[in-house]
Design a protein around this ligand. Structure first.
Ligand code: BF8
Ligand code: SF4
Length: 663
């Protein structure tokens, strides 16, 4: 032992602190794999988080490195005691750092949206033949929604007009982005009053980067305006285009039964995981794995078949659209490789840990990057060209078959799968609650007004090794549904709850009496998964519909709704949070919040924005407190709408009926 320590010192190896697996995740499959990783001597982000103390100054955004007179560090414990060399105050520094997070997050979503739009243009022009317009109804609906004539016109002409219109979302320099006309008029009025209606995403991101340069915008209030404008160019712009175009090309989701969790991997099949965000790669590899020639190759190699499984957001889209099994969320991407059962993993953009390369190498998994924006040292790059996508995807499949043939290490797959219903697009929520003949949000609004449903909460976002993986999501949602709050979800949060069994319609019994009644009448689970992170735009559209249908106020800020990202980690989450706040939604984040309390900038985000007609931010790492904050906000809105009394009466009636039934 002494010798070992001496040797480590000599080699400058600092021994890693060992994690207690049960403390870092509530996902049993991930836990099982982390234990195996420890036995195998393989390190994951969970280990690195335990061994890397988060920088306290950075965590509070009290440092600035925007020029070489710095970097300047202020004191988070006494934030007004010092300013940067240029004189920048703590509020300027925090607002600039926050703005750059919004800018980067919004850029990620809008660049993804723009890629989708590029593919769409090439499909319409006939230059891309591997994808087609699958959902013509949706094409016409989206076109009509932004004023394009569809009656008696050729599909190709409508589609080309739609492309040209939506391109404005990105490139327009003056005016309002096309989907601004989906925003409830009063909400839009608030935006106009404060000068935050997005012109075009490129312009907003560029301006925000400019303003946060040294010596430009040095008023936290003015910086925050541009944060809102940029974030709105994401939510009602880049992300919304990504969602709508993906639906048009690949089909609008409708409820589908599907399995999640690592048990979706099959020991005797060639396992391929696709992890990332743009659905193109996944759609094409779905074709590849069904190609008889490749299937034959797989059986020749001794496999029973080829098993295609998703992870993270493109996984969530494929789960929603096609019922493709999903192996887990962001914090399980390394752990899943520890099974030894993954023959190939293909990744595109966003949330791809560089650490995957090393874990893949340890287990002989072939890791492929496929997008020109994302290469990883140690991974093979097989670029996806949407004009000839099968070149890339067939290669991944072939390499996976090859690895299957040469599997050397023992395979251990956690025997856990969770069946559930996914794929609730905002369109489907119409049919589900309203029926085919009177499809609308009216029944949802009625159920909110009569109090069966207390309000709606969007619980979304990442997982993060700084908190117990999945646990915060699950505890929060449990508490919300118990209090009759209908939960809609996207991204890694949706997968966390699916693994915990909440996506079965039978999970309705976990809801409060009112919500339970509605779920049982419709046959739906108490949590509705609407897809990937860009699909948060579906939640915005649902909010706009709730306002349009009436009875719940005149703007999104009036609705009894709230949002949360309890285990967030990415800059995209900050952009999403800011566009929900700017749209009028109270949005609570967990883990940590990247600014200092009791500062002017903090007060602006957490209090004053609401007085200006927007929503506001909230923060707590505790899921139960988070639920209480959200429910209190929902109740406050119900009271303002004058529907708080009706709710109590209905609840009493329901309780009484239950008692009678039980007697
Ligand atoms: O866009 S929820 S960890 S996978 S950032 Fe990433 Fe967060 Fe997951 Fe998808 Ni969204
Ligand atoms: Fe310091 Fe100002 Fe330069 Fe930032 S911009 S590093 S606060 S001198």
């Amino acid at each position: 032992m002494e010798n070992e320590e001496k040797e480590n010192k000599e080699m400058k190896i600092i021994p890693m602190k060992k994690i207690n697996v049960k403390d870092v995740t509530s996902c049993d499959a991930t836990a099982q794999m982390l234990e195996k990783a420890q036995r195998d001597g393989v390190e994951t982000a969970f280990d690195r988080a335990a061994n890397m103390k988060a920088c306290p100054i950075g965590a509070d955004s009290a440092c600035c490195k925007h020029c070489s007179m710095g970097p300047c560090r202020l004191n988070p414990k006494d934030p007004y005691s010092k300013v940067g060399v240029c004189g920048a105050t703590i509020d300027t520094i925090m607002a600039r750092n926050f703005a750059r997070m919004v800018s980067s997050g919004a850029a990620a979503h809008t660049d993804h949206g723009m890629s989708m739009l590029n593919v769409f243009r090439e499909v319409v022009n006939g230059n891309i033949k591997d994808y087609t317009i699958k959902d013509i109804i949706k094409l016409k609906e989206v076109a009509t929604s932004i004023g394009i004539e569809t009656q008696g016109r050729e599909i190709k002409d409508i589609a080309m007009d739609l492309y040209k219109e939506l391109e404005r979302t990105y490139t327009q320099v003056e005016g309002e982005i096309p989907f601004a006309n989906r925003v409830p008029p009063n909400t839009l009025e608030t935006w106009r009053k404060h000068g935050v209606v997005p012109r075009g995403a490129m312009r907003e991101i560029m301006e925000l980067m400019h303003r946060t340069h040294m010596g430009v915008d040095q008023h936290y209030e003015n910086i925050t305006k541009q944060c809102s404008r940029t974030a709105l160019a994401d939510g009602w712009g880049g992300s919304m285009v990504a969602t709508e175009i993906s639906d048009i090309l690949y089909g609008t989701p409708t409820p589908v039964r599907a399995e999640v969790n690592m048990g979706c991997l099959k020991e005797n099949e060639v396992n391929i995981i696709i992890h990332g965000h743009e659905p193109n790669l996944f759609e094409s590899i779905l074709e590849s794995v069904n190609d008889p020639k490749l299937l034959k190759e797989a059986t020749n190699a001794g496999a029973k078949g080829i098993n295609l499984v998703g992870m993270c957001c493109s996984g969530a889209e494929m789960l929603s659209r096609h019922g493709i099994p999903h192996a887990g969320n962001f914090m399980s991407t390394e752990a899943v490789l520890v099974t030894g059962a993954v023959d190939a993993m293909g990744v595109d953009v966003q949330c791809i840990k560089q650490g995957l390369a090393k874990v893949a190498q340890c287990y002989g998994t072939k890791l492929f990057t496929t997008n020109p924006r994302c290469h990883i040292e140690g991974a093979e790059h097989a670029e996806l060209d949407e004009h000839k996508p099968r070149k890339c995807t067939d290669k991944i499949v072939k390499m996976a078959i090859d690895r299957f043939k040469n599997r050397k290490l023992p395979v251990e797959i956690p025997k856990i799968t969770n069946m559930g219903v996914h794929g609730f697009s905002h369109e489907y929520i119409n049919y589900m609650l309203g029926g085919t003949f009177r499809s609308s949000y009216t029944p949802l609004n009625q159920n909110i007004i009569n109090g069966r449903i207390r309000g709606v909460a969007g619980v979304v976002g990442c997982t993060n090794p700084r908190v117990k993986h999945d646990w915060v999501h699950v505890e929060l949602v449990k508490e919300l549904i118990k209090n009759d709050v209908l939960v809609v979800q996207t991204g890694c949060s949706q997968i966390a709850l699916a693994k915990a069994g909440f996506y079965k319609p039978e999970a309705a019994h976990l809801a409060g009496p009112g919500l339970r009644d509605v779920c049982e009448a419709v046959g739906m689970p108490p949590v509705l998964g609407v897809g990937s992170c860009v699909d948060n735009s579906r939640i915005l559209i649902a909010c706009a519909e709730m306002v349009r249908v009436g009875g719940l106020g005149d703007s999104i800020a009036d609705l009894p709704v709230a949002g949360a990202a309890p285990e967030w980690m990415s800059e995209k989450a900050i952009s999403i949070g800011q566009y929900f706040v700017a749209s009028g939604v109270y949005t609570v984040f967990g883990v940590t919040f990247p600014i200092i309390e009791e500062t002017k900038f903090h007060k602006l985000l957490f209090e004053d924005l609401e007085e200006l007609g927007f929503g506001k931010w909230g923060f707590t790492p505790d899921p139960h407190e988070m639920a209480q904050l959200m429910i209190a906000h929902i109740d406050k809105k119900r009271q303002a709408l004058g529907i708080d009394k009706a709710r109590e009466r209905v609840l009493f009636d329901m309780a009484a009926r239950r008692e009678l039934e039980a007697a």
